[in-house]
Design a binder for this molecule. Structure first.
Ligand SMILES: Cc1cc2nc3c(=O)[nH]c(=O)nc-3n(C[C@H](O)[C@H](O)[C@H](O)COP(=O)(O)O)c2cc1C
Ligand code: SF4
Length: 480
């Protein structure tokens, strides 16, 4: 797992938990208006993919158990994992690209309502992503996948003429020599696995994304509303399609890149289409980045402008993350695909206690606060949700008191102890199982293994009612 060069191990922040009476007057446990809905509290669980859907993208009993467990802790809002808007195979990730997904998702919504006694609002994160291939064995790439062109011939001249001859010669070359013959994208495809970008306008399906995405997202949102969700969160952060349109690296020359206006066009069109299709009470929010945290990536200045444009276009909430990009991801092993949380920007997204001097706690707060100030200065009242290394009452309450955000979310701390919001609210904070921020859970996520937490997945494994992971070695749901 990547960590900053000059890293040292940081201790968890001291936690002084409030009494029940103090918590009753806390801002964090006070209601807030989001769109046309009320959140009972300003506590929030951001999206986390647990790899529990069926291989066809359907809701399973394990998905229901996972969300029921979080809902028992009664967060103000629970965002269901990144859910694919297309009807294409994508492994055990939830999907919403066809009406057949609606009944399962309806069951999920009902489960959350029941488990939280109707106190938790349930949103679904809608995601689109482009194709990415596994890293091939180099010989196989050169013999099978690489398209031989005259450029290769020219660079190898006079050593090869026919395609098989060119391939034979390429297979004899060292990596350094291949760097002189292959194009950067070909080298990337060999060393990391081929990855589509929104700038690949030579591919018709990528060129046409500005035309296809608004409808796909609007259809997905309509299904989410039909399933009973309170709202949808457009995935405009990390490494995925909408974020890639917004990115400073988007240099599409067809009006959908280069300038900030151009980069915003697709996300704005998506938002408009979703808004037009969804009922007025249906909340439409977005998760975007404060900073991309990669060379040449979107800076806070630009993110502030992006946030203001999205807010003016009618966003009901803005949830802020950071980093999580492919551009600086670690080279995957042969047979695996690159993962956008394995490099420095991935670390910024989910920082661990092996951190630089600034530490892992609340790293996104100052940037989020600046975006919120800009929104208010522009006359937008859009609630801002912040998260990232926030795991104590004092942090959350301080953020709200200082007006740095309107809602405070915790992903990993909620995974470590799904009851933690309720424990704190009821004055039982001493019983919180505190996240260690070492990213065991994220390591599982990277391998597309069922996500669990190291603090609880071996507890009471022998109890007959405890459901286990496929390999039988871990429990699937946090103990009570
Ligand atoms: C296992 C796991 C899965 C995640 N899946 C998603 C996801 O589907 N969508 C998303 O926007 N963020 C995802 N994240 C990022 C979290 O929502 C959150 O931004 C990040 O963990 C930092 O917050 P924290 O410090 O409170 O954990 C995931 C994080 C983890 C640990
Ligand atoms: S495995 Fe558990 S303790 Fe470790 S980072 Fe994840 S949620 Fe926190």
């Amino acid at each position: 797992m990547w960590h900053p060069k000059s890293a040292s191990r940081h201790a968890l922040l001291p936690a002084e938990w409030p009494s029940r009476d103090r918590a009753a007057h806390a801002r964090w446990f006070s209601p807030i208006r989001v769109g046309r809905l009320n959140l009972e509290r300003r506590t929030w669980i951001p999206a986390m993919v647990p790899w529990r859907a069926s291989d066809d993208g359907l809701v399973t009993a394990d998905v229901l158990d996972w969300y029921a467990r979080f809902a028992r802790g009664r967060p103000g809002a629970l965002v269901v994992e990144a859910t694919g808007i297309r009807d294409v195979p994508s492994g055990p990730l939830l999907r919403i690209g066809h009406d057949r997904f609606v009944p399962g998702l309806r069951e999920l919504v009902d489960t959350v309502r029941r488990a939280s006694d109707g106190q938790t609002r349930v949103f679904i994160q809608l995601i689109d992503f482009l194709a990415i291939r596994k890293r091939p064995e180099p010989g196989r790439y050169l013999r099978q996948f690489l398209q031989i062109t005259d450029r290769h011939r020219e660079r190898l001249a006079p050593r090869a003429a026919t395609d098989p001859e060119v391939r034979d010669v390429l297979c004899q070359l060292s990596h350094d020599e291949l760097e002189l013959v292959l194009e950067p994208r070909e080298l990337e495809a060999m060393d990391f696995g081929a990855r589509e970008r929104v700038t690949d306008v030579h591919l018709p399906h990528v060129r046409d994304l500005p035309l296809t995405l608004p409808g796909l997202f609007a259809d997905a949102a309509a299904r989410a509303e039909a399933a009973g969700f309170d709202g949808a969160e457009l995935h405009c952060t990390h490494a995925y399609t909408l974020a890639s349109f917004l990115s400073a690296l988007n240099d599409r020359a067809d009006g959908y890149g280069r300038t900030l206006e151009g980069r915003l066009r697709v996300p704005l069109a998506v938002l408009e289409a979703v808004r037009a299709r969804a009922g007025s009470a249906f909340v439409v929010g977005c998760r975007s980045s404060t900073e991309e945290c990669i060379a040449g990536g979107t800076t806070l200045d630009e993110s502030t402008q992006i946030a203001t444009r999205l807010a003016r276009a009618g966003l009901d909430f803005l949830s802020l993350s950071r980093g999580g990009k492919f551009e600086d991801a670690k080279q995957p092993s042969i047979g695996s695909a690159a993962y956008p949380y394995t490099g420095p920007s991935g670390w910024e997204c989910m920082p661990t206690t092996l951190a630089d001097a600034a530490g892992p706690f609340g790293r996104n707060v100052a940037a989020g606060a600046r975006i919120r100030r800009a929104l208010r200065a522009a006359g937008c009242e859009t609630p801002v949700v912040i998260c990232g290394g926030i795991a104590t009452f004092a942090q959350a309450e301080g953020i709200l008191e200082r007006g740095e955000a309107d809602v405070v979310g915790s992903a990993r701390q909620s995974l470590a102890d799904p009851d933690w919001f309720e424990k704190v609210r009821l004055g039982a904070g001493d019983g919180v199982r505190r996240c260690a921020f070492t990213n065991y859970c994220e390591g599982l996520d990277q391998k597309h293994k069922q996500v669990t937490c190291k603090l609880w997945d071996r507890l009471e494994l022998d109890r007959p009612d405890v459901k286990r992971t496929r390999d039988g070695r871990r429990r699937l749901v946090a103990p009570y």
